[in-house]
Write a new protein. Structure first.
Length: 188
């Protein structure tokens, strides 16, 4: 039987030791993982399990809620609830006015029969800043060079003539008239 090693970390490492228990404590949450003999982690009673339980509860919820209402904040949620006569799911974009939410948004289930609101899940907002230099395999041109190329591509010395060209189901048009196979008939 293998010995189990214990690790207390603030984030789950990218490479995990086999036969190990990882206790991840980061700010206001804690999660735990067990690895098998190959170092593959399995969540132990943490958010994966909680999310599965929430999904199961929502799937078995007998209430009538076919859509999710989206509101800006808790005040807007409360105003919406005052108008509801049936069960509803409500996504609050900024749920920080709810003392049980640290940051971000939250999903609530409203039970019209009991006139109760239940927090189902919360989602911490994730601000992503992407710099031009961070694009792997991206263009080597700068944004300014690309903008310049686009503006030049749309300004030709013969643009007014080119704008007269078009097409319809029968073929090429010039100034709204069909182009024949004989140049002398086109009256250019």
């Amino acid at each position: 039987m293998a010995q189990v090693r214990f690790f207390k970390v603030t984030t789950l490492p990218g490479s995990l030791q086999p036969d190990s228990f990882y206790f991840v404590e980061n700010g206001s949450y804690a999660e735990s993982y067990l690895t098998n003999s190959s170092g593959v982690a399995r969540a132990v009673g943490n958010s994966a399990m909680i999310n599965a339980l929430i999904s199961e509860a929502l799937a078995n919820w007998s209430g009538v809620a076919s859509t999710v209402q989206i509101v800006a904040d808790i005040a807007a949620r409360d105003a919406l609830i005052a108008t509801l006569e049936a069960n509803a799911m409500i996504l609050v974009i900024d749920a920080t006015a709810d003392p049980t939410v640290d940051a971000g948004s939250a999903l609530y289930a409203y039970d019209a029969t009991a006139e109760e609101t239940y927090k189902v899940a919360e989602y911490e907002s994730m601000d992503v800043v992407l710099q031009w230099a961070d694009l792997v395999g991206g263009p080597t041109s700068t944004p300014a060079q690309i903008d310049n190329s686009v503006s030049l591509a749309h300004s030709h010395s013969n643009k007014s003539t080119l704008d007269l060209l078009g097409a319809d189901a029968d073929g090429l048009l010039y100034n709204g008239q069909g182009v024949t196979t004989r140049w002398t008939n086109n009256n250019w």
